[in-house]
Design a protein around this ligand. Structure first.
Ligand code: ADP
Length: 718
């Protein structure tokens, strides 16, 4: 009888298990009757155990449980029913199992009050946050949505929870890739439904403590008022700065004229006093420019013209601005550049601005003197420029904050030196917008090295050569359009002293009539004319056959360079107008209208320089390109009357350029003069025959010009 003993012992174990467990347990037979029920189950359900066994569960008392049993037996998978009793929360799990050919089930009843309490508290916390919150499970199903999210999306949780959607589709956006690969995703969304809102939406993967993916959480932050306040502030800064610029244009301009002796001789004291006025008005202009730069950067309206950069040239230019000041102080700037410095990609003017800022700081913050070193070198996929001084240095705790707006190190020395704390923050934004980075290494009282890095220029990036007018006194009629009489008079004075004949107009209507009647060579136009009528005028000028070809230079206090160019402006200058820049732009444009344009293409800069100068002296306008690609870019910008083309060049050689030009109808008629230091390659005679003339290097300048002239003459008479 060992079997019986063993079975009895086994039963005793099972009874002990049933009696001892804290969970309620019920076994349901295939005929739905209760086969076994432990004491705990009877206690939770508040039923008499003896009276319940062998009967079905009372459907009136426990309707949910009966449904769960039916579901489990029917679907052959576990079903859950949640029950509240005596202030406690229970979870009943009905798990089916095979009993011979039929199906029976086991019910486990568990007291989940503690877990539910924690969960309710968590949900209460999530529900009361001001940010919208949505939780997704591993399959992408939405499992939770808080009231803030309901409000922001204008949808009730009941219509969203349980839905299986790509998370971003809630905002009508396409997916951003698999969250598991991308990590957090962040987007700014402008919503118009249920109301206008700007929201920052973050989607973060949720990982458990072993790092496996458990789903995602989306947070929606309403930033409408912040963004609108920033925008209002930017607009305010912009408007105020612009309003300041108009009077400053006159102040600065007329002081310059007096100091240049244009208003008669002035004595030494007058000169000294006026120089002080000039210095301070320059500072004011600088400050306004900084504020405008900041508002332009923050509102995303900054226009960057990215092209392959010759950093050596930029550094030279920046360093030269400080030479005179440093010579006076007996200090030096040492420039160290490798010959094979790779070309970086950047906006030349903006990089010049950054260099000037760094160098001027290096000088400014080393009051005891000392040299300044400027170095450039390649690092990984970038070019780094570093400016080192031996000045006051910066403590480590200040270094991290230097590049933030308005931050200045607080010391008596910096206070004495003066400044706004805007420069470095502008530099950082510019460099970062160009895809680079900035940094500083410094030691107090020993000096600082400020550096920036720019990405290398890709092969696709091509510089577009600019057009330069002929040397000598230019002439011709210029129409100056400005609604401020003072400013118009100032510009007119600059231009007429340069030898131009000036016609002024103060309204769009007047300007239009003058453009027709006087046929000016160039028009300068302030687009702020009569509340924006300037842009309408520009459009009208560019649309009419009679005026279409007159180049228009926009002079503006509003920073809309992009718009001006899109609408057909040839040049753009910001007010207050810099006299030298204005005259440079006008001379070049007049030259290009009044004189034949020659494109010079050679990779030898010295030759390009020599040829350009000779041509400009003889009254030609010149575009200078250093390789074939630049030449092609120049031609699309402006069709030249003749091309001087070197054959051996990197990137795209002369043969290729010649072939490309002659196979394109638009450029086939431009006469090309080829030049080479080598014998012309007979094997490529077919290509060479496309050229109008061939010149061998070295050549005599006079002979060379007469060849060009004959080519141009032939071109004109054809
Ligand atoms: P500003 O010079 O007008 O104050 P910047 O933004 O150019 O504004 O510089 C911010 C601050 O960084 C300066 O006020 C100064 O405290 C510190 N700083 C910048 N360049 C240097 C430098 N070369 N040496 C020491 N301190 C510097």
């Amino acid at each position: 009888m060992p079997d019986v003993t063993q079975e009895r012992r086994c039963n005793a174990h099972i009874r002990a298990l049933l009696a001892g467990t804290s969970e309620g347990l019920i076994a349901i037979a295939p005929d739905r009757t209760v086969r076994v029920m432990n004491e705990r189950a009877a206690e939770i359900l508040e039923v008499d155990r003896q009276a319940t066994v062998k009967r079905e569960i009372d459907g009136d008392a426990f309707p949910g449980l009966v449904v769960a049993i039916e579901t489990a037996l029917h679907d052959r998978q576990a079903a859950t029913w949640v029950m509240e009793r005596g202030g406690l929360d229970y979870t009943c799990i009905v798990s089916p199992y095979a009993d011979g050919d039929e199906h029976a089930a086991v019910i486990t009843i568990r007291d989940d009050s503690e877990i539910m309490r924690i969960r309710r508290r968590q949900e209460a916390v999530l529900s009361s946050t001001g940010d919208g919150l949505l939780i997704f499970d591993t399959t992408g199903r939405i499992t939770f949505m808080n009231p803030a999210a309901e409000r922001m999306l204008g949808k009730g949780a009941e219509s969203v929870v349980g839905r299986m959607d790509e998370p971003w589709s809630l905002f009508g956006l396409g997916p951003e890739g698999d969250l598991r690969d991308t990590g957090s995703q962040l987007r700014e969304v402008r919503m118009e439904e249920p109301e206008h809102r700007i929201v920052d939406v973050r989607l973060d993967p949720v990982l458990d403590d072993t790092g496996s993916y458990m789903g995602a959480v989306m947070t929606i932050r309403d930033v409408t008022s912040e963004r609108e306040a920033t925008q209002m502030k930017n607009e305010f800064v912009s408007t105020v700065s612009h309003e300041l610029r108009t009077p400053l244009t006159s102040i600065k301009g007329y002081i310059d004229l007096i100091l240049d002796g244009e208003a008669g001789e002035i004595n030494e004291i007058q000169h000294e006093f006026l120089s002080i006025v000039k210095e301070n008005s320059d500072r004011l202009v600088e400050l306004i420019n900084d504020m405008l730069d900041i508002s332009r950067i923050e509102s995303g309206r900054i226009v960057l013209k990215v092209q392959p950069l010759d950093l050596a040239e930029r550094i030279d230019g920046a360093v030269n601005t400080f030479r005179a000041v440093l010579d006076q102080q007996g200090r030096k700037i040492n420039v160290e550049l490798p010959d094979d410095l790779p070309k970086a990609a950047g906006d030349p003017d903006r990089i010049g601005q950054v260099l000037i800022n760094f160098i001027s700081n290096a000088i400014k913050y080393s009051p005891a003197g000392g040299d300044v070193d400027v170095r450039a070198f390649g690092v990984d996929e970038a070019v780094r420029v570093a400016i080192t001084d031996h000045g006051i240095g910066i403590a480590p705790e200040d270094q991290a904050r230097l590049f933030t707006k308005f931050y200045r190190v607080d010391s008596s020395l910096t206070r004495e030196i003066g400044g706004t704390g805007l420069g470095l923050s502008i530099c950082k934004s510019i460099i970062e917008l160009l895809g680079g980075r900035v940094g500083v290494e410094s030691e107090p009282d020993a000096g600082s090295t400020f550096w920036f890095e720019l990405p290398l220029a890709s092969a696709q990036l091509v510089r577009t050569p600019s057009l330069e007018g002929p040397l000598g006194t230019p002439g011709g009629r210029i129409l100056v359009v400005d609604n401020s009489e003072d400013v118009a008079n100032l510009i007119a004075t600059y231009l007429s002293r340069r030898g131009y004949e000036v016609v002024k107009a103060f309204s769009a209507e007047e300007a239009w009539r003058s453009a027709i009647d006087f046929e000016p060579r160039v028009i300068t136009l302030d687009v702020m004319l009569d509340e924006g009528a300037g842009f309408d005028l520009l459009q009208k000028l560019k649309a009419d056959e009679k005026t279409r070809d007159i180049p228009v230079v926009v002079l503006s206090i509003i920073c809309d360079e992009g718009k001006s160019h899109r609408m057909g402006a040839t040049g753009y200058l910001e007010k207050p107008v810099d006299k030298t820049r204005l005259l440079g732009v006008i001379d070049d444009l007049v030259g290009s209208v009044a004189s034949p344009v020659v494109l010079v293409v050679d990779d030898d800069k010295a030759i390009v320089e020599l040829l350009s100068r000779t041509l400009k002296q003889r009254g030609y306008a010149v575009m200078a390109a250093y390789d074939g690609k630049e030449a092609m870019a120049a031609i699309t910008q402006r069709k030249p009357h003749a091309i001087l083309l070197d054959l051996r060049m990197p990137v795209m050689d002369g043969y290729e350029v010649l072939q490309a030009l002659k196979t394109d109808e638009a450029t086939a008629d431009i006469p090309v003069v080829i030049m080479s230091a080598y014998h012309f390659d007979r094997e490529r005679a077919d290509v060479l025959s496309l050229a109008a003339e061939q010149i061998c290097k070295p050549f005599d300048a006079d002979e060379f010009v007469s060849r060009i002239e004959s080519v141009l003459h032939d071109g004109v008479s054809q």
